[in-house]
Ligand binder design. Structure first.
Ligand SMILES: Cc1cc2nc3c(=O)[nH]c(=O)nc-3n(C[C@H](O)[C@H](O)[C@H](O)COP(=O)(O)O)c2cc1C
Length: 192
């Protein structure tokens, strides 16, 4: 019997499909982040860091991403549409959450575990938002995963950026299609 929890109905909702002028209340945002914060974590390090940009702070984020794009991309590789997309995503979503994982140098918990725990926190965030009627888009362009972005966020070299989660109410009628391979193509049961 399918679960009542909406694991399967969550869909990626791009900022262009969000109601950009409809704010997400601070109270709701905190609830969603609190759900994310209860992800499992090896050694209880709680390695996730959420840098939340709302209202006018999104302009600062858009400016930052555009200049980091120029800084991180060789002139021959720069694509005006990719650069413009960074700003369009930030402007299209009422909330942008930059996600980073902290990895203690020489610590007991591996980088793999800290990144995995942070991904668990992001999945909690995506599902919590979906359950509360919001759409999300986890976006990982190179600039949002770069060392330079971590510095821009004020994080030191022990942090690894893992992209930006955009959040907002989906526009009326938005229902993107998605599909998965049969589970049997990704799962093996052993019985003896
Ligand atoms: C770690 C991670 C990074 C992702 N980065 C991007 C991205 O940079 N651009 C993009 O279009 N989608 C990105 N996605 C979203 C996937 O494209 C999306 O989940 C997939 O198409 C399945 O659609 P669904 O989420 O609606 O089921 C990312 C998803 C994950 C889990």
């Amino acid at each position: 019997m399918p679960s009542k929890f909406p694991y399967r109905t969550r869909r990626t909702i791009k900022p262009a499909q969000m109601e950009s002028a409809r704010p997400v209340s601070g109270e709701l945002l905190r609830e969603i982040l609190e759900d994310a914060h209860w992800a499992p974590t090896h050694g209880l390090t709680q390695p996730w860091r959420f840098h939340v940009f709302i209202a006018a702070a999104r302009d600062r984020l858009a400016d930052g991403l555009e200049s980091l794009y120029d800084e991180c991309t060789a002139p021959a590789d720069r694509k005006p549409d990719k650069r413009a997309k960074l700003r369009a995503n930030v402007r299209g979503a009422p909330v942008a959450i930059a996600v980073a994982a902290r990895i203690e140098p020489g610590g007991k918990i591996s980088e793999l575990d800290e990144i995995s725990a942070t991904a668990c926190a992001v999945q909690n965030l995506l599902l919590s938002a979906h359950q509360r009627g919001l759409g999300t888009f986890w976006s990982t362009p190179p600039v949002a995963c770069s060392r330079e972005f971590a510095v821009w966020l004020g994080l030191d070299a022990t942090h690894r950026c893992m992209g930006i989660v955009y959040l907002g109410y989906p526009q009326e009628g938005t229902r993107p299609a998605s599909s998965r391979l049969p589970l049997s193509e990704r799962t093996i049961f052993y019985t003896e």
